[in-house]
Design a protein. Structure first.
Length: 267
């Protein structure tokens, strides 16, 4: 299936017409009765999108009976709010075209790695109900995802635990304290934040594990169900982690959690 262009007439704030200026979804659709879908957001510090955190993850989701989409969201030189705008539009688009794609509009999750995890955490905490008065039927729909999966995510923009490169690419070097707080996702969790799966390694030197711990703590305070898996060893950017005897089990635990939440057909 061809890519799904999120704004066929041109994205808001587009700086040009190259592929990097055109947010899109790359579908990995399944036939059958399950009808759940997950949108995948690769990491890359808001400067690029890592290939090993895109297609391989979509194919893994397919093995669980889940349709998937890999999101090409905008990265530097684009800054906030463009990537979040792309993620919200992606959720609305899949919801709007659910019947066409053979999906359930009430079972649309979103999964992200590293900075893509920050994007997912903002999509899960800064969503909106849609603009009922919009002439665009897609924009009338809610952008709230039905579940979140955060893989070694950047969560906070606050020192000392933020990933400086992601913060600079997203917000620029001269950022105010108010902007930092507004995009520190642990501060935006509410009781309506979607159920969340998180995994991290305790020795991640690029994005400290405190990012996942802070988000999980906020979920707990607000009564939101979550799974949190912290592995003793392992670095950053591991993706499927197939070469790591211990960390690779995150996919099995993720599959079990997806089944628990009515998404996975099999584990």
């Amino acid at each position: 299936m061809n890519p799904v262009i999120l704004w066929p007439e041109g994205a808001p704030n587009a700086l040009g017409t190259t592929e990097e200026d055109v947010p899109a979804l790359f579908p990995y659709l399944l036939e059958g009765d399950n009808r759940a879908a997950v949108i995948v957001c690769p990491g890359g510090g808001y400067e690029f999108r890592a290939d090993h955190e895109g297609k391989p993850i979509a194919l893994w989701l397919n093995t669980l009976g889940i349709s998937a989409f890999v999101l090409r969201y905008r990265v530097a030189p684009y800054r906030y709010p463009n990537a979040l705008s792309d993620a919200k539009r992606a959720i609305r688009t899949v919801r709007h075209r659910a019947a066409e794609f053979g999906l359930d509009p009430a079972r649309i999750g979103i999964l992200g790695f590293s900075a893509g995890g920050h994007l997912v955490s903002t999509a899960g905490t800064l969503y909106d109900a849609g603009d009922a008065g919009s002439a665009d039927p897609i924009e009338r729909l809610s952008s709230r995802p039905d579940l979140l999966m955060l893989c070694y995510p950047v969560i906070t923009m606050q020192d000392p635990y933020t990933h400086q490169g992601s913060r600079n690419a997203l917000l620029g070097p001269d950022v105010s304290a108010e902007e930092i707080d507004s995009l520190s996702s642990e501060l935006n969790v509410t009781e309506d934040t979607p159920p969340t799966f998180l995994w991290h390694t305790s020795e991640d030197a690029a994005v400290p594990v405190e990012n996942s711990l802070r988000f999980a703590s906020a979920l707990g305070r607000n009564g939101v169900p979550f799974d949190l898996h912290v592995y003793a060893l392992g670095g950053h950017g591991m993706g499927m982690a197939e070469e790591d005897e211990h960390v690779r089990h995150w996919t099995g635990q993720g599959a079990s959690w997806l089944k628990l939440n009515g998404f996975a057909e099999r584990v």
